[in-house]
Design a protein around this ligand. Structure first.
Ligand code: ZN
Length: 200
C-alpha cells in the first residue's frame, strides 16, 4: 500500500472539484493543449508556475530547474523551448526568478554542495559578469540584485538561442520576458527587459 495515500486522496478531491465546475474540463483538455506561455522558472517548491498566475492546467508550458537557468548546451531546456515555440507556437516565454533563491545563495557560498555546484557555476558567471554592479551593497542586497541579473542573463540566453532567433527571422509573434517573484508576499515584478524581435 502506498505511503503516499494522502496525495491520491488530494488528487481525487481536486479532479472532482474541477469536474463539478466544468464536467467537460478533462475531456476537452485531453484532446489538445494550446498554451500561449512558456514558463522557465526555478525548481523551488514555493514558486509553482500555474498557481502564481492563477491559470488552470493547459495554459502554461513549464520548464523548471535550479535557479531558472537557460544554458546554451542544455538539451532538456532547449528541447522545451523548441517544442513550445515551433510546435505549440507559444506567444510569450517568461523567465521567472525569485528573491531568496537557494541556488543563487549557494552559488555565492564557498562551501561545497556536491554535483549541483557545477550547475551553479553558471550563476557564478553572472556574478562575475556584473561584478561592478555590487559595489557598496549589503549581502542581502547583492543576493536580491543577483536574482534579478540572473533572470536578465537567462532572457538574453533565450533570445540568443537558434530557436528564438529563427522564429523571429520567420516573423513569429514571440516575446521573451524577465520576471522576479517574491516568496515573501506572493507578488510578481516585471523587470522590463521584454524582447520581441531580433532588433529589440
Ligand atoms: Zn530558486
Amino acid at each position: 500500500m502506498s505511503s503516499l495515500k494522502h496525495l491520491f486522496e488530494n488528487n481525487l478531491a481536486w479532479a472532482n472539484e474541477i469536474k463539478e465546475q466544468n464536467p467537460e474540463f478533462f475531456s476537452m483538455l485531453s484532446k489538445q493543449q494550446g498554451p500561449k506561455y512558456l514558463w522557465i522558472g526555478c525548481s523551488d517548491s514555493r514558486v509553482p508556475a500555474n498557481q502564481i498566475v492563477n491559470l488552470p492546467p493547459g495554459e502554461i508550458f513549464v520548464h523548471r530547474n535550479i535557479a531558472n537557468l537557460v544554458v546554451h548546451t542544455d538539451l532538456n531546456c532547449l528541447s522545451v523551448i523548441q517544442y513550445s515555440v515551433e510546435i505549440l507556437r507559444v506567444k510569450h516565454i517568461i523567465v521567472c526568478g525569485h528573491y531568496g533563491c537557494g541556488g543563487i545563495k549557494a552559488a555565492l557560498e564557498s562551501q561545497e554542495h556536491g554535483l549541483v555546484d557545477n550547475w551553479l557555476r553558471h550563476v557564478k558567471d553572472v556574478d562575475r559578469f556584473n561584478a561592478d554592479k555590487f559595489n557598496g551593497l549589503t549581502h542581502d542586497e547583492k543576493l536580491n540584485l543577483l536574482c534579478e541579473l540572473n533572470v536578465i542573463e537567462q532572457v538574453t540566453n533565450v533570445c540568443n538561442s537558434t530557436i528564438v532567433q529563427n522564429a523571429w527571422e520567420n516573423g513569429a509573434n514571440l516575446s521573451v520576458h524577465g520576471w522576479v517573484y517574491s516568496i515573501e508576499n506572493g507578488i510578481l515584478k516585471d523587470l522590463d527587459v521584454t524582447v520581441s524581435s531580433v532588433n529589440d
